[in-house]
Design a protein around this ligand. Sequence first.
Ligand code: SAM
Length: 267
Amino acid sequence: MTEFVAHQYDDFQTILEALNKERKYLNYGYRKSRSDSYEQKQEQLCTLVYDAAEIQPHHILIDVGFGSGEQDFLLANRYQFAALHGFNIASSQVEYAQGRAAALGLKKLHFHHGQAESMAVMASGQADRVMAVECAFYFDRSRFYAEAARVLKPGGLLVLADITFSDRLKAFTRLADDLERVGYLGKNQESWEKHFHTRRLQTIHRETIPGAQQTVGILLRMILKHFRWKDRQAYRTLWKMAVSTQITVIGFLTRLIRYDLIVLEKK
Ligand SMILES: C[S@@+](CC[C@H](N)C(=O)[O-])C[C@H]1O[C@@H](n2cnc3c(N)ncnc32)[C@H](O)[C@@H]1O
């Protein structure tokens, strides 16, 4: 499962670089106003998480599932912090982020190839904040919550922009490994509350629907405009993403899928 997801995001990084897309966010975004552009919405989802994390200049931060690292360059531009460690399983995204940080001389950004569920390079109690923007549904959640608690200082925060199934789809999540990873809120909450107090649980699906629907259109345009036969693998990845995103939008509209901002404090 993890290997399959890594390949998918490796492919996606190749596509974004081939298209020369300047801002390489990979999230649905958070709409504040009707006039927001797609990329403004994506930035706003990241800053929603960063603001909820109450980042301070002495903080050691961890960003899991950082995509191409775009969100961490935004963070470095707008917020004061001591150091950031990113973890991502897609090697091409890690290489891209490392290269960009080196070119910009941003020595406090450290991008690691590795799983959010096992951040071995981090010492126990080293971090002040762990952040996960639209990615925890890929993780083995019980291992991830335990690992986030291990690396955080007492009172440290885990902040997530997270997609899960509603409790009404409890039985459905048992059908496949990837659905089980997404999980349903009741089960995920029971799992994180072994290590964390829930400080905030705010539904944000209304603000994320516009960007999610726009994502489907963007993926379909990429497929139609840029498809070449030799890129069949990339083509399949784009189709899968377009279909799964459209299903997610329908899930948001019917409230069978939730999008939440979650702030957890280490016990
Ligand atoms: C939907 S993208 C979100 C990227 C980024 N957070 C953003 O908002 O633009 C999900 C990211 O999570 C990463 N990922 C998936 N499973 C992971 C795992 N087990 N550990 C670390 N990263 C993972 C993927 O490689 C991808 O970069």
